[in-house]
Design a protein around this ligand. Structure first.
Ligand code: COA
Ligand code: AMP
Length: 629
């Protein structure tokens, strides 16, 4: 039997052979003759002479092999009371027809299409239709406000937008079309046309440039797959950096498809004809990789779930979906399990369903706290597998390769590096840290296929964000350590990115919003520990001179305005609910706000006062506010 150690070693010692073999499971129009092009580091390119179409590999390949009647996608929507499933042949046809719609609207290879969609099958159809045409999709999470959508429209400059009239958030119907219209109004770039899926829960009023999804599909002729080179972008996915301007992570075609195809049998232990249920959102990288592309590349069944872990209508919905679809591997964020644990601490709902075919629970997106790990593994009695990755990497940096062998689980660790990931820990001076010593987690270049080749239209930012801190290494932005057995421990971000309920957000972006209020002189937003969401943001504002913060009702009014501004400009998903007026913010002598120190105090840690602090008095005055005393 091949072991993890052997496979990992082969990915390092025979990189070309390892990845060319992995790429061999795909259909290539022109098969690659070499794996890595490392002529221009750190701009690495995978399978540079290969040509393929990713949607063909996800759909047509399986139909052509005689598996068109297998179930490709199951749509399960407790919020609308809908269940629908698509065979591979049906999904291929829907995708080909929608690709025909996009083609008729002028979309060609290399054009961008921005999707602003709820969790409906049409979101996956639109993504795959872009891939079929060689067009580049960019999905924007539905929880983002119009302004965030506008920023992404300006950066990606899409020819066409695809949206829906509404999304359903728990019990609420959220109209998307007014947000889409507002975003286009705010954006400088104006897309040619908007395809809108009308949903009965809230029909949208249509304008001149709007095209009704159903009408367009009824009149379209299917489009054939367009061959692209392996290095052509499949999608752009914007993610939060340290400023308000999101980073457009570029994903290539052949490298990504190869990495995902490798991950399905080897990490998730899911093969053709088996079912995977990833409870995330198509707006996040987890949704791109494990709701849409990877399960379909593997010929498996993917479950697209429109609902919450709790409240739609109860904490038993994940179990129901698993039982009804014979799910083998489930993947979600730890926060979903904390929500279930709170509602149903004894796991009563699990007893209502037959979960006997369920083999693994995979969790990622944020740190898996040992308590949630223990609760889930005690209740479910299956391996609960933490794995660590990022929008930038597209698939796991560290995981437990259940399909190869299940390595011993250490609570608090996402286990070992996956093939091609040379994970190392460096201190601030670039020296290697020994076992158990915390430092910056970096990956020695080149990274394996799937990882970002650059940022959209911004090679400079790619270099400055990831490549310049330590020459020859990718800076993950996470801190942590390796133990003596080579297990990775990820302790948290070392920058101003926070993780709220598995959603990646920028505190810098929230600060930009707070600072734009007329009464605010300066401000800081930090992420503090939260027992349900992992982290939540807290804001601290200093008022401009002359404004009486103590005036009757002022503080409450200001807080309301600031919270609303963040909701309007970033989105409800930012979850900023807590803003305090303070007299001053602690800074270094060079004027940098000591956010890490503030965060430590707010979390109740024994936080040392940095020697570079400008005034200890300011920090002392802030302590009770931070500790909510
Ligand atoms: N469209 C519009 N609004 C959205 C949205 C969407 N797609 N997703 C979230 N929101 C809104 C929510 O309605 C909520 O609004 P509110 O403040 O008015 O109540 C706000 O954004 C915050 O959402 P969320 O952080 O998701 O909190 P919640 O209380 O609604 O739900 C959980 C908490 C734990 C149930 C939920 O976060 C969850 O299911 N998480 C799973 C993790 C996940 O999918 N992570 C993705 C990466 S793997
Ligand atoms: P995203 O790009 O939205 O996937 O978020 C990536 C970030 O989420 C990482 O940089 C980590 O900070 C965090 N993260 C993801 N998975 C894990 C994990 N298993 N353990 C700890 N942190 C994680």
């Amino acid at each position: 039997m091949t072991t993890y150690e052997e496979i990992f070693r082969s990915s390092v010692e025979d990189r070309e052979g390892f990845w060319l073999r992995a790429a061999g499971v795909l259909d290539w129009q022109v098969a690659p003759t070499r794996a890595l092009d490392d002529a221009n580091p750190p701009f690495y390119r995978w399978f540079p002479d290969g040509e393929l179409n990713v949607a063909h590999n996800a759909l047509d390949r399986h139909v052509d092999a005689g598996n068109g009647e297998r179930t490709a996608l199951v749509y399960d929507s407790p919020v609308t009371g809908t269940k629908r499933s698509y065979t591979y042949a049906e999904l291929r046809d829907e995708v080909a027809t929608f690709a025909g719609v996009l083609r008729d609207l002028g979309v060609e290879k290399g054009d961008r299409v921005v999707l602003y969609m709820p969790m409906v099958p049409e979101a996956a159809v639109a993504m795959l239709a872009c891939a079929r045409l060689g067009a580049i999709h960019s999905v924007v999470f539905g929880g983002f406000a119009a302004k965030e959508l506008a920023v992404r429209i300006d950066d990606a400059a899409p020819k066409v937008m695809v949206s829906a009239s509404c999304g359903i958030e728990g019990q609420r119907v959220i109209e998307y079309k007014p947000l889409l219209d507002k975003a286009i109004e705010l954006a400088t770039h104006k897309p040619d046309r908007n395809v809108v899926l009308q949903r009965p829960q809230a029909e949208a009023s249509m304008g001149e440039k709007d095209v009704d999804w159903a009408d367009a599909v009824a009149n379209a002729t299917p489009a054939d797959p367009v061959t692209v080179t392996s290095t052509d972008p499949l999608y752009i996915l914007y993610t939060s950096g340290t400023t308000g301007k999101p980073k457009g992570v570029v994903r290539d075609s052949g490298g990504y498809a190869t990495a995902l195809a490798w991950s399905m049998p080897n990490i998730y232990d899911v093969g053709a004809g088996e079912a995977m249920f990833t409870a995330s959102d198509v707006g996040w990288v987890v949704g791109h990789s494990y709701i849409v592309y990877a399960p379909l590349l593997a010929g498996a069944t993917t479950v697209l779930y429109e609902g919450k872990p709790v409240g739609t209508p109860d904490a038993g919905q994940f179990w129901r979906v698993i039982a009804e679809n014979n799910v083998k591997s489930m993947f979600t964020a730890p926060t979903a399990f904390r929500a279930i644990k709170k509602e149903d601490p004894d796991g009563e709902f699990t007893r209502q369903y037959d979960l006997s075919n369920w083999r693994y629970l995979f969790l990622a997106g944020e740190r898996l706290d040992p308590e949630t790990y223990r609760w889930a593994s005690d209740l479910l009695k299956i391996p609960v597998i933490d794995h660590w990755w990022q929008t930038e990497t597209g698939w796991s940096i560290a995981a437990n390769p259940a399909g190869i062998e299940l390595l011993p689980i250490k609570p608090g660790s996402p286990t070992r590096p996956m093939p091609g990931w040379d994970v190392q820990i460096l201190d601030a001076d670039g020296n290697h840290c020994g076992p158990d010593s915390d430092g910056a987690i970096v990956c020695k270049l080149p990274m394996p296929p799937g990882a970002l080749p650059t940022l959209w239209n911004d090679d400079e930012r790619f270099l400055s964000s990831y490549m310049q801190a330590f020459d020859g290494y990718y800076l993950t932005g996470d801190g942590g350590h390796l133990d003596a057995d080579g297990y990775v421990f990820v302790m948290g971000r070392t920058d101003d990115v926070i993780n709220v309920a598995g959603h990646r957000l920028s505190t810098g972006g929230m600060e930009e919003v707070l600072a734009s209020h007329a009464d605010v002189a300066e401000c800081a937003v930090i992420g503090v520990a939260d027992s349900m969401k992992g982290q939540v943001p807290r804001g601290f504002v200093v008022l401009k001179a002359g404004i009486d913060g103590a005036a009757d009702g002022y503080e409450e009014k200001l807080r309301g305005e600031l919270v609303q501004m963040v909701r309007d400009q970033i989105g409800a998903v930012a979850s900023l609910k807590d803003v305090a007026i303070v007299q001053g913010l602690p800074k270094t002598r060079s004027g940098k706000i000591l956010r890490k120190t503030m965060r430590g105090i707010a979390d109740g840690d024994d936080e040392p006062v940095p020697s570079t602090i400008e005034s200890v008095d300011v920090l002392d005055a802030l302590r009770p506010v931070l500790r909510k005393e």
